[in-house]
Design a protein around this ligand. Sequence first.
Ligand SMILES: [Zn+2]
Length: 324
Amino acid sequence: MKKGFLGITLIIVAALILFGTYVYLYKIKGNDQEIIPDGKDITKEEYIYKEDLLVLGYNVNEINTIESKISDSDVKKYLLSEKYNNLIELLKSPYFKIEHIDRYESYYSKNKDYSFEDIVIYVEIGLDIEFYTNITEITNYDDYDAVVNKYYKLPDNFEAKDLVSIDSKYKKSSYNYRLRKVAAEALYKMIDAALEDNIKLWVVSAYRTESTQKSLFNNSKNSDGLEHALLYSAKPGHSEHQLGLAVDLNMASSKAHFENTKEYAWLKANSYKYGFIERYPKGKEFITGYGFEPWHYRYLGIDLATDVYTDGGTYEEYLVKHSK
Ligand SMILES: [Zn+2]
């Protein structure tokens, strides 16, 4: 009797195992048919990650979207440990990078009023990381499109090349203002064109050496405090003036309210035609890291300046949207 009982038990157990395997395989196959309607051959490993996405809580449509936009190896690398609540919305951005999914979600949790497209752009700029941290030293400092900001700096002791002195016709003081030759020539054309429209422009700051920038920053800190200095002055190595491609015009002080002048209106409408952009515009302070500086213009060359102007945002936003 005992032996017979054991035999029956074994048969029942074996049958249960077989049935369980059948149900399990059927379930995976069934899900697979839903997810991949074209019935192409896929490996067992792929079955498993789609199962994992289902278990994490993504629905079939979401899994199809993920599959169409992210490679299998990236799904396995980045998406199988937790569910990302805004993944599907974030994926709509053409600038989305899967390796930054954690940063997007974290930045969104602190900035829920931003659109998902802006979340992606801002994280790609690096805005989820505090200014003056995570700094990269640039190597393309001789290029007219080089970026220096609160994340990108010039090498120590950098000096701009092919600097020329600004002609006295374009300044009011006897100070020897300098710019890189190409920027100076573009500036002359701009100031001459403005004058034809009865707009008077003149240089009040141009190229700065690292040590000049250092004393400017320290002076600003000592007279107006660190917060003001950080907002209106760059730390040495981080200033576009040190590139020799930036110029301040007429009145470089927020107290002077240059933004209310016809000179500023003219620059806003025309500077790109000569290769200059308004670099620190109003409303974009959180992106550029600088207060509104209606007097500060950055030379980029006519083509690039026109593209940035047409794009309508800051140079930082433009670079995310147009990086190759
Ligand atoms: Zn400036």
